[in-house]
Design a protein around this ligand. Sequence first.
Ligand code: 13P
Length: 287
Amino acid sequence: MLVSAKEMLNKAREGKYAVGQFNINNLEWTKAILLTAEELKSPVILGVSEGAGKYMCGYKTVVGMVNGMLEELNITVPVALHLDHGSFEGAKACINAGFSSIMFDGSHYPIEENIKMTTALVNTCDVLGISLEAEVGSIGGEEDGVIGAGECADPNECKAIADLGVTMLAAGIGNIHGKYPENWAGLSFDTLAAVKEKVGDMPLVLHGGTGIPEDMIKKAISLGVAKINVNTECQLSFAAATREYVEAGKDLQGKGFDPRKLLAPGFEAIKATVKEKMELFGSVGKA
Ligand code: 13P
């Protein structure tokens, strides 16, 4: 059964580790992430962007697929199904479809609007036992057509949003979706510490987990980050493994064109990436 991310993130914050959110795109992605979490006895969050939701034929299809896998694969670790960077309409649609966790990303609205729209979702999520992530200070880079400038959040605005009763808060600290450019200045730990000071015990979320150096990840966790989102890194490892298979001509040998064979190296590559991240984040054995 899907669970809210609340308990797993509160435990992570107390235990000074982070739970990974890994974005899914299809059946192979979902199966690879769930099996790795189960093997490593790690809690896990499956992230679904609005674009990926559309690609997978809508939120109901996603909920059906994930619930089916939890049962058929005998997954016993806590799993949350989470809308990533949701619009207000998207959030409502995912609540209705059976997601157990929602992100409403109001970071591109003026703070008063962000507060108003986040407030409108707090009660519904509370009543239904769904965790709710809010965002202040947009994350840099481009994701599904949503372009952010990589701002550093205003700690007072973070407090205003945290006080609304959300479950977890994503604050921009100079992080970027996708690969980091050569001249990236790194995470702003001053901003993170100032946000933490204002929001107290609320679990903080670090987006743009791809390519952040290990020492920065560890420092971010020590400063209150309890959820780290990874998307691009699984895409890159899947693509590299698939490329290797095709370039080696394996799709032309025997039944190598069978999708169950063709997609197998990419599937294994996702598993390896997820394992590496769970070990780095410290969530192994915490389920
Ligand atoms: P990356 O694609 O950079 O790993 O970021 C993922 C993310 O933050 C999803 O919200």
